[in-house]
Design a protein around this ligand. Structure first.
Ligand code: SF4
Length: 175
């Protein structure tokens, strides 16, 4: 259990949102990323995602804020909503838990009742996200998994799945 009494130990929950996302997509991907092996800069898919983020979302009421030099979020103060923009729904569970992590982290800093919205501009889909006792418990399990992979000296073995076709590390694992 992460939370002793009413106090949270931030050293246990301080990870990057991307790390939560990658843990769900593939622990090996998280291991690469958290050990300084980054392929995102050369990935067309990641570049496309960034472009989408910059151009396709109406940000008039949002502002990008940096929390604890760790989390960069798009925040709408008037609605208390954190926004994420994603290219496709292929890794929906990873997107959901990445956003839940932001809400969870801020909740533990005292910001109650925040919600999240994931926009998929290409499919014009909007998904609303709320932190519940159930998904919070699952998130804490995920964070324990993230910590374990990050502290491991050994890279998890490659296992080919259809996720590999869209992964920026595909070349490293399979060519
Ligand atoms: S290519 Fe496949 S096995 Fe390798 S990191 Fe990506 S998802 Fe994981």
């Amino acid at each position: 259990m992460i939370r002793p009494a009413d106090e949270i130990d931030f050293s246990l929950i301080r990870v990057r949102g991307t790390e939560v996302n990658y843990y769900i997509v593939c622990p090996r991907k998280l291991w690469f990323f958290s050990h300084g092996i980054e392929m995102e800069r050369t990935s067309d898919r990641v570049a496309l995602g960034r472009l989408l983020h910059e151009e396709s979302y109406p940000r008039a009421h949002n502002r990008e804020i940096m929390i604890d030099n760790l989390l960069r979020i798009d925040f709408n103060e008037s609605t208390g909503t954190i926004h994420e923009i994603k290219l496709s729904r292929s890794f929906e569970r990873a997107h959901v838990y990445q956003l839940l992590y932001y809400i969870y982290y801020l909740k533990n800093k005292g910001a109650e009742r925040l919600t999240g919205v994931i926009n998929y501009p290409k499919s014009k889909r909007v998904q609303r996200i709320d932190l519940t006792p159930e998904n919070e418990a699952e998130l804490e399990r995920i964070l324990a998994g993230v910590r374990e992979i990050k502290s491991s000296q050994k890279c998890p073995p490659a296992k080919y799945t259809r996720k590999c076709r869209k992964c920026s590390y595909e070349e490293l694992c399979w060519r």
